[in-house]
Design a protein around this ligand. Sequence first.
Ligand code: 6XA
Ligand code: ZN
Length: 343
Amino acid sequence: MKTVYSPLHAGHAGQMELVTSAIVPGFEKPSRAEFIKARVESEKLGPIIGPVEHDLSAAKRIHRSDYIDFLPTVWPAWKAAGFEGTAMPFTWPTRGLRGDVPPKRVDALLGYYSFDAGATFVEGTWTAIKSSYDVALTAAALVKGGERSAFALCRPPGHHAGAAFMGGYCFINNAAVAAQWFLDHGARRISILDVDYHHGNGTQEIFYDRADVQVLNLHGDPMVEYPFFLGHADERGAGEGEGFNINYPMPFGTNWDAWNASLEDACAKLAAYAPDIVIVSLGVDTFEKDPISQFKLKSPDYPKIGHRIAKLGLPTLFVMEGGYAVEEIGINAVGVLTGFEDR
Ligand code: 6XA
Ligand code: ZN
């Protein structure tokens, strides 16, 4: 399996993050991608190639144009305003406020275009976002070109980003961009299987009323877990999309057996949908030692995930999402990929 990787992710570094009761160094840090790349190399998964640059038209197929145009302006506007440190929002147009009038200040616009304070900017952030997008599209093209699978080593991740909002470390929804790109290049149906610990609220929002993208999400119960406000089992899609959004919220402490039961059900529904291509939103923050998550998967479980996905017998694009136990992130992420390859 080929891996697509760009060193430009590393410019998105040193940002601060708001968590319950503190502001701390960001968990979503460059070493994550470097540990994964090192494991791809040591496991001899296959060649690592650089991304082809793309214009932003594929992003604008699923994101609102003004949102995409805003992203490269954030850091220059932040500096021009005289602000220091990490650019992050602090006020949001929630119920009772107007969400239809974008303000003129960059700090306020960050709130207008986000659902939390978790998508933060430093000087190299836009370049990293763009490289992650290019990585996803380049890997998608490998699969379209006939490869059985490809690994988009995306950083920053994407599954929390919606049509016009960022959040949860995500800016452009790489998996959703790839799904739409496949459809625009001849595919009829795509399944997105999101195995990250957190619900992929952005992916769900983007495709909620559509029947041409099936979205299956396995995640921590939003009653008690981030992102809290989406991801319940009764969210099944709307209109033409009714039945094509499938959520598996699971309790804290979920181990392999319980998690795997959800995976089995998801794979059965995916197979019944018979997509042309599977996109896996590959988060490994389901790991027992993940510092921000509450599931109990162990390293030997990850190859089993890959093996089960391979049994679907469909062209598969893996898109990297979360995972913060950096010492083991490479073992677990690449474990899924070697399991897929049955070796
Ligand atoms: C809240 C936690 C953000 C989780 C991001 C993630 N600050 N999503 O891993 O998959
Ligand atoms: Zn996650």
